[in-house]
Every structure is written in C-alpha cells, then in structure tokens.
Design a protein. Structure first.
Length: 428
C-alpha cells in the first residue's frame, strides 16, 4: 500500500493559465480558482506509486456473464506525460455497466474490465506541472472504455489529468463518485450538440464549448463524432437562455444534472418523470413545469399546451420509445431565420424522421480525446462543486468492495433504487 508523506502544499491553480485556450471566458477562469482552500491539501508532486504490482479487479469473461473477482491482476501503469494513477475508493454504477455485458456491446476484447465512474486519491503523476497532484482526491468519468487501464472495476486506474476533477473538502469521495459520466453527458449534450453557452451563467460561469471545439484541430476529433461536434456552429440553431427545453427522464442522474445546468444557463425546463416520486426534488432544483410520465399521451399534450406548440429543443434520457413521444412535442415548421427544432437522444432516437427536426446524439468521446474540452469541463465541475452550485445526486452506499459489484448491479437493473445513484465503497 502506498504511504503518503505528510508534507502538504496547496495546489497551484495558476498553472492552468497557459493550457486554456484564449476563447475561455475570463470570469470562468476566475471562478475555477476561486477557493483553492476548498480542496484537500495536496502533496508535493512527487510520485508515490503502489508498493505492489498486482491488485484486485473484476474481469468480464463473456457477454451475458457476471464479473469475476481476481486478486492478481496487474496494476495499470501510466505511460504518457498527461496521465495519472488513482487509487480507487468509490465506484458509481451506471446502467451501461450491466447493459454492456447483457446486450454484448462496449466490450473491446475478452477478458475485459468495465466501470465508468470512479473516485479516489491520486498516487502517481507523470508531469510535475500537472494541474492534479499526488494526494488530491479526484473524481474521474472514465469515458475512454477502450483503454482497459482506465476502467473503474479495479483498485487502481489510470486517467488523464484533464479528465480528473478535484473533489472539494466539503464533499465525500463516495458522493463524488456518483455524477461523473452524467455530468459529461449533460454538458456535451447541452453545450456541444445543442450549442448552449455556459459562460453566460451568472452563478458559476462555464465554458463556451462551441468556441472551444472550433479552436481544436479537426483531425484530432474522432471521425464518428465529428459531425455532431460541429452541429451547433450555425448561431441561429443554438440553444440560448430564455428558450424552453423538455427533458424526458428528468429523474435519472443525467436528468438531474441536465436540469441544473439548463437552469444555470437561463433555460425554462419541462421535466417528464414520475412526479409523485420525484416531483419535490425536481421542483427544488428549479424545474419550471413538472409533467407526469404515467400517462405518456397526456404528457405530450401538456408539453404542447405549455409551449403553445412551439417547442424547439428536447432531450430524451430513457429510450427510443420516449424519444418518439418527445418528437411529437416539437414544432418542425420552418422558422423565418431558417432554424430547426432539435431532438437529442442519449439512449436512442425515433426510427422515423420528422421533417423540420434535427436529430442529435452526444459526442461523449470528445471528453477524453480533446484536452481542451476535458480541461474546460473538469475545471468547471470543480468550480460547481466547490461553490455548492451543483447539487450532487442522492447516493445509496453499498459496502463490500469489488466483491459486491455483481449484486449491486442486479439491484440497479431491478429498478428498486429510483432517482439515486448506487455507489460501491472500496474503502481507504
Ligand atoms: N450516450 C451516452 O453516452 C450516455 C451517457 C450517460 C447516460 N446514458 C444513458 O442515459 C440513460 C440514463 O442514465 P442514468 O445513469 O442517468 O440513469 P439512472 O440514474 O440509473 O436512471 C434511473 C431513472 O430512470 C427513470 N426512468 C425509467 N424509465 C423511465 C421512463 N419511461 N420515463 C421516465 N423516466 C424513466 C427511473 O424513474 P422512476 O423512478 O420513475 O422509475 C429512474 O429514476 C441510460 O440509458 C444510460 O445508458 C447515455
């Protein structure tokens, strides 16, 4: 086990200066650096690697199978200057963790290690000028699932410093393991696919990702998400403060984050969810209109009524069936400025296309493939957490470490934990 020295220094926030592209809003940078004392004191940037070469990990040996716990898996090694090694203390469970093996997707080869949300302590840093230091507590959305070193279902994981957000001392590691992937999906959906400018937020300004994406080398953007990355370049198509947006599946973890970010940017938000169960929390987070999901036809009628049949932006977080319902709430008739209605599906889109509607997915790869985008997003997340502006998802803590992940995924799959994130505790 790594033993950390007791000499503490505060993080050096000014080091981020030369790494941020000029397009970043000035207040955004100020906000990120607002309160360095709110982070756990960091140690000097020396390397403190684990004192052993093997670890426990969960291996997937085939589609349709459970994960197998092994205790002799090699600890992953960092190989690039922007990489760090994290000792994992908590894992947030996402639906994809059981859906991938069940439906045979997202498994590059076998045996494989899965797991997308982790939080823990940095034990090794390659670059001494990295924004993250040994001893920092960080949360990491592990979107780069093709790199087995970065998976969450193991004791140690590799990450890049631009995909690791420092956890403020006001938040626990367990609570912080709950929101990473949901945050990444929400920010990229709203900020890249729909073009919402977060720098306009008064309470905690974020990045204008349309500008950030335009500043990066096109060839560095993976081909399969390139079109989506530039979908919101035409100014008249972009989602702006004051507009209505409907979210179907607002009680999902991703929905809770999307609602909060949309309100921060000044949108009017319609939330479709089980209102008896989740209405109080959604109302507390600023939802403008609550629509019950129990009667989907009625929900479509209510959304059309509230927006006068003029809705132009909608996000579905449930599946193609509810995306098809949401599509019917959109006004696809041509606008004077030539702009369209926009429907984004996180879990699927309608089979048929409606004229006048532009369909979107979320370019999740952009988070780990672009340092500028990743750094802008985790920097903003640090500001949102330190200032308390972003309310964390409710968490159900499961003890038992990696050995309990299979059972916890069964609970998630069963749907009994509703509106909360299951977080598996790996201990110190
Ligand atoms: N494309 C991507 O990169 C990406 C990224 C993140 C997430 N996702 C996807 O987004 C979805 C949500 O993920 P998550 O982690 O945020 O989910 P989650 O927190 O596990 O969501 C659970 C919630 O879904 C709600 N729900 C189930 N069926 C519903 C329906 N028909 N209408 C409205 N709400 C419904 C449940 O509400 P009740 O309490 O009412 O049952 C429950 O509160 C998943 O399918 C996930 O795979 C995709």
């Amino acid at each position: 086990m790594a033993t950390l020295s007791t000499t503490y220094t505060l993080p050096a926030p000014a080091q981020a200066d030369d790494k941020f592209p000029a397009v970043f809003h000035h207040e955004f940078l100020l906000e990120q650096r607002a309160d360095p004392s709110s982070y756990t004191p960091s140690q000097t940037p020396t390397t403190v690697p684990p004192q052993k070469s093997t670890q426990s990990a969960l291996l997937l040996h085939g589609a349709g199978q459970q994960y197998t716990l092994v205790t002799d898996h090699a600890i992953p090694t960092i190989s690039k200057s922007d990489e760090i090694l994290v000792k994992i203390q908590a894992i947030g469970l996402n639906p994809v963790d059981w859906k991938g093996p069940a439906y045979n997707f997202g498994i590059p080869s076998l045996p494989w290690i899965n797991g997308r949300d982790l939080a823990g302590t940095v034990v090794q840093v390659n670059d001494p000028s990295s924004r993250v230091r040994v001893g920092d507590r960080v949360l990491v959305p592990s979107t780069d699932y093709r790199d087995i070193r970065k998976a969450a279902f193991q004791q140690y994981a590799v990450a890049t410093h631009f995909n690791a957000a420092r956890i403020p001392s006001s938040a626990s590691v367990q609570a912080s393991a709950s929101l990473g992937v949901a945050f990444v999906a929400s920010v990229l959906a709203l900020g890249v696919s729909l073009g919402l400018d977060f720098s306009k937020s008064e309470r905690c300004p974020g990045p204008n990702l349309v500008d950030v994406v335009r500043g990066i080398d096109v060839d560095s953007i993976p081909l399969d998400v390139r079109e989506q990355c530039f979908a919101a370049v035409p100014v008249h198509e972009r989602l702006k403060g004051g507009e209505w947006i409907a979210i179907w599946g607002a009680s999902t973890t991703t929905g809770y984050i999307t609602l909060q970010l949309a309100k921060l940017a000044g949108l009017k938000v319609i939330c479709v969810a089980d209102i008896a169960r989740h209405g109080s929390r959604l109302h507390g987070l600023g939802a403008d209109v609550l629509v019950d999901r129990q009667d989907p036809e009625r929900a479509v009628a209510v959304i059309r009524g509230v927006t006068g049949g003029k809705l132009r932006y909608a996000i579905d977080i449930v599946g193609s069936e509810t995306a098809t319902l949401l599509e019917r709430t959109l006004d696809g008739s041509p606008r004077e400025d030539g702009s369209h209605a926009h429907l984004l599906g996180l879990t699927g889109l309608p089979k048929e296309r409606k004229p006048g509607v532009v369909y979107h997915t979320v370019p999740i790869k952009l988070f780990h493939s672009s340092r500028e985008v990743g750094e802008g997003m985790v920097g903003w997340l640090e500001g949102l957490l330190a200032s308390g502006v972003l309310v964390l998802p409710e968490v159900v803590r499961h003890a038992g470490g990696l050995g309990n992940v299979n059972a916890s995924l069964e609970v998630l799959r069963g749907g009994s934990v509703s509106g909360k994130r299951i977080v598996v505790d790996l201990g110190e």
